[in-house]
Design a binder for this molecule. Structure first.
Ligand code: SAH
Length: 347
């Protein structure tokens, strides 16, 4: 069976041409899929025989809302989606002044092993498809009734570990006949997979690259992020400098503040030294307490921010949204999986 929604307009047009259909049918089908049609029967401008033919050879992905939590504090909505194979993933809709932003997952689980992150505890199950990534944006918009203007690839999974799919998803979501979300409104976050950063630099896209730094020194970083053993932070900084030289785009560095681990003044000084020559932006994140993790939130966020600023580095503290609904980093998926395992609640 063909996963039609994972295809570009050109690929759909070719597929239909092989079925003996004229080229304009491709655009009709593409438009229906990107409006959220879940069956071929809905595609009323196609002949009945074509709809039947498509239904025999192709399928349309459509995730089910397994759980939905709305924050009473700030209107953040967290979705747990059930995919067609029974796996589940999370997306979060955040309502910022600059527009509604959806944070989407790129994989079912994650194999990067960051010590403070809930998404990686049970490892990676599989990669998502382009359609499954697009669906998170599409069905969040349809279910919530809110127009989505921004996307961040900061949900479950490591985008650079599934980069071909991510690039195809970007092409789809960016398409004028589809959701038409501009690259400048999209951020991609990586834990520091250097070959992916270099590949993205070559493509010179307008998206914002976020790098999850979390420590500027190799010893601390290897302790909390195993990826640092494959791609040491020294090489990561070099790749970031090259990325800026190639694209002219400012990189955003994510920095989850962990008590006594990465929140010391010398570490702020080291960040500043390493970013010299590049207009970086450091986004300090109050650590979300993950039950399974031994790490605690830092009490030195303001001091660390001031220290960075004293070196001329732009540093902001991320406002925490959805604190009342487990709205971060794989926590809802984990909770749902645990409850399903104990037989307390179905997904
Ligand atoms: N794999 C990608 C994107 C997903 S994680 C990456 O690592 O960048 C999105 C961000 O949330 C990353 O910066 C990640 O390090 C951070 N994060 C994970 N667990 C966290 C926690 N408990 N508290 C605060 N931030 C966390």
């Amino acid at each position: 069976m063909i996963d039609l929604k994972s295809m570009t307009l050109e690929e759909i047009t070719d597929t239909l041409r092989d079925m003996g259909e004229p080229a304009f049918r491709g655009k009709q089908v593409f438009t229906w899929l990107h409006k959220g049609a879940v069956s071929f029967d809905e595609m009323s401008n196609l002949s009945k025989s074509l709809r039947e033919k498509l239904a025999k050879t192709c399928f349309i992905t459509a995730p089910k809302v397994a759980r939905k939590q709305v924050s009473q504090q700030d209107g953040t909505i967290k979705y747990l989606w059930e995919l067609q194979d029974g796996n589940c993933i999370e997306s979060v809709l955040m309502r910022y002044h600059h527009g509604n932003t959806v944070c989407i997952s790129s994989q079912v689980g994650c194999r990067m092993g960051c010590a403070f992150c809930a998404s990686t505890i049970a490892g990676k199950v599989r990669d998502l498809t382009p359609a499954e990534m697009l669906d998170q944006v599409l069905f969040t918009q349809l279910d919530s009734g809110l127009d989505i203007s921004n996307i961040v690839l900061m949900g479950i999974g490591e985008p650079m570990d599934n980069l071909d799919t991510v690039l195809k998803f970007l092409q789809l979501v960016n398409h004028p006949d589809g959701m038409n979300i501009g690259m400048r409104h999209i951020s991609l976050s990586t834990c520091g997979v250097i070959p992916g950063i270099r590949r993205l630099a070559e493509l010179k896209t307008q998206l914002t690259l976020s790098v999850s730094l979390h420590a500027p020194d190799g010893e601390t970083r290897s302790r909390i992020m195993p990826v640092n053993r494959a791609y040491p932070v020294e090489d990561l900084f070099a790749a970031c400098h090259d990325y800026f030289k190639k694209t002219g785009r400012r990189i955003s560095f994510e920095y989850a503040m962990i008590d006594g681990v990465n929140d010391q003044d010398w570490q702020a000084d080291l960040i500043a030294a390493k970013l010299k020559g590049m207009p970086g932006h450091v986004n300090l994140i109050p650590l979300n307490d993950v039950v399974e993790s031994p790490f605690k939130p830092s009490k030195r966020i303001a001091a660390f921010q001031r220290r960075l600023e004293s070196h001329g580095i732009t540093a902001t503290v991320r406002r925490s949204l959805g604190g009342d609904i487990d709205a971060s980093c794989g926590q809802l998926r984990r909770k749902a999986m645990e409850e399903a395992k104990k037989g307390e609640k179905p997904l």
